[in-house]
Design a protein around this ligand. Sequence first.
Ligand code: PLP
Length: 383
Amino acid sequence: MNSRLYLDHNATSPMRPAVRAAMQAALAGPHNASSVHAEGRAARQILDAARARVAGVIGASAPGVIFTASATEAINLGLRGMVDGPAKIRRLMISAIEHDAVRVTAEDIAARRDVALDIIPVTAQGQIDVDWLCHRLNAHVAGTDGNLLVAVMAANNETGVIQPIEAIAPAIFRSRSYLFVDAVQAFGKMPLDLGSLGADLAAISGHKVGGPVGAAALIVKPGLAIAPVVTGGGQELFRRAGTENLPAIVGLAALCAELGVAEFAALSGLRDAIEASLPAVARVWGQGAPRLANTLSFSVPGFSSETQVMALDLAGISVSAGAACSSGKVRRSSVLSAMGASADEATSNVRISLGWDTPMTAPATFARVYTAEIARWQKRHAA
Ligand code: PLP
């Protein structure tokens, strides 16, 4: 497998050696952090240290860190916990480009509960329409109109476009509404200080930057109470029942010591080189907006996502269709559609995402393979 070129870090990233070493050391246990005996107390110490380290790296308070098994679970807990908790959320406003974990969960809540759902439009560059949102927030009367939770991701998983969270946060708080940030793609890839941002809730996960699958977290602001989704135990201050997955949490904490935002920013050199090698027919998404250094999304109308991904796979390069869903199927990208892409563009999209182990030779390898694939496709097309 070593000769392959893996360019799908936004889906998941290979585990970093230091993370693996920390997890291996923690695997044997016993480690039930709720037990009162010596082994339990030792596990509690490890858990507390991990919580403090995760909190420290994102400017959060340690008691606000609720460990979960995935970001999807953290997002469910955040959204459902705010509807069922003391905040009594009765209106959700989410951006048109949210990940399914947010969008489908918000739709499910709206379908089952007395909760309204609004969609915040995005510009052609893939950033939320700040004027639209501020206008709505100015007109919103908390209490009368139902308490409002606004969910906007920090950076988009398909295009890498960074969202103007700092610009919208003051208007959200002025309207006495709550801010939820899906920071899954931002974590470890760009500066993230939840404390200074003032976000009420945020979801993070480590496996997009070399951490383990199986440990993620919902971060809540000090003093903000949410209702649990999983009940039956006092773990995580009664907000997420179930014995904590200590080895994975140790891995997430070890990851925090490895993250370097400056080092990650340097990936933009490789990304830009790949972008420069694309054929003239390719349309790059979010090119005029601030983007994560590692992400490139483009479409070649007429050359379907599925065919491109399969051709690159056969040639030893792993990428994804921007619109690949969790079932592995490729569908029309709702993110690109929201940005104004045509049906053809939204089904001929490829996402390249680099990461900590991407070799310097990646642009040359990609250019060689992709140029040949494009030539083959054009020949087929002309025939
Ligand atoms: N949010 C964003 C922006 C994501 O990119 C992902 C995963 O791709 C998730 C949430 C869900 O993460 P997980 O599948 O690890 O639960």
